[in-house]
Ligand binder design. Structure first.
Ligand SMILES: N[C@@H](CCC[C@H](N)C(=O)O)C(=O)O
Length: 279
């Protein structure tokens, strides 16, 4: 049986979107997702995202498989693409410009802006070691500027969960980081029992950060929305940046705000349809 898909990307972080609104079970298995994400033998993507019926009073549910078949709790660029995909699917019958989406990280709300950007209420960052999870601190402590040995070097790391785990380290020059070698060693470090995403951040000014990322389950990607949010939080916690900043990724910029008023994180960026097809 043929399955329709649409390819979207958010700053080059690319996904295969599946209209799964008639069933609460993903139409594809993790093994099929791995094959479809293959850039030589498949469609090519960083992950597969399913638009499922809403749960617990939400409009829709998002599930996602990374390109290695693992299932993360959340995906920032992916949820912007999902917001755009849902609007495209609903077409003329669309009545809303924002959706409450059930995810494994809680309810996340993407809003379609009139300028074509998507602004997402990403919820609250989680800062305790037990929530990340990491063994770099006791369960109830925050992990800020902690030393971590990786690849024969001591890195100062700050850990933040946006529903999924992030390990952030501030460096002089992001271009000098050998991501291909160092990234997997962070991802599989025993300090992270559920593996981790890792962000390398160069502070250009208090409201402008440059970021490169090694993603859990996907490797080097051109952008990571949850990673950009986690990095801004790490920058604030370490006194390096303001609560509103542009995070420049290899695929382009995201605007991130950690609200002083409600402590929630807001991420604004693009989401673009690329092509449709049948599997
Ligand atoms: N690219 C994403 C994050 C996708 C999930 C991640 N690889 C994980 O396993 O946690 C984003 O834009 O946030």
């Amino acid at each position: 049986m043929a399955t329709e898909f649409t390819k979207y990307h958010g700053l080059g972080n690319d996904f295969i979107l599946i209209d799964n609104r008639l069933s609460s079970l993903p139409l594809l298995t993790p093994e099929q997702a791995v094959k479809l994400c293959d850039r030589h033998f498949g469609i090519g993507a960083d992950g597969v995202i399913f638009a499922l019926p809403g749960e617990s009073g939400t409009d829709y549910t998002m599930r996602i498989f990374n390109s290695d078949g693992s299932e993360p709790e959340m995906c920032g660029n992916g949820i912007r693409c999902l917001g755009r995909f849902l609007a495209d699917l609903e077409g003329e019958s669309r009545t809303k410009d924002s959706y409450h989406i059930h995810t494994l990280a809680g309810v996340i709300t993407p809003q379609l802006m009139t300028d074509g950007q998507v602004k997402v209420d990403m919820g609250l960052p989680r800062l305790l070691a037990g929530e990340i999870p990491t063994t770099l601190g006791t369960a109830q402590t925050k992990v800020i500027n902690q030393p971590l040995e990786v690849a024969g070097k001591t890195w100062e790391v700050t850990c933040v969960s946006m529903g999924n785990p992030h390990c952030i380290t501030f460096v002089e020059d992001v271009a000098a980081i050998d991501l291909e070698i160092i990234g997997p060693q962070f991802e599989h470090h025993p300090a992270f029992p559920q593996r981790t995403n890792t962000e390398f951040i160069q502070v250009v000014s208090r409201d402008y950060l440059k970021m490169r990322v090694w993603e859990r389950g996907a490797g080097i990607t051109l952008a990571c929305g949850t990673g950009a949010c986690a990095s801004l939080v790490a920058g604030v916690l370490t006194g390096k940046c303001d609560r509103t900043a542009t995070v420049e990724l290899p695929g382009g910029p995201l605007q991130i705000e950690w609200s002083e008023t409600n402590q929630r994180i807001y991420m604004t960026g693009p989401a673009q349809r690329v092509f449709t097809g049948q599997i």
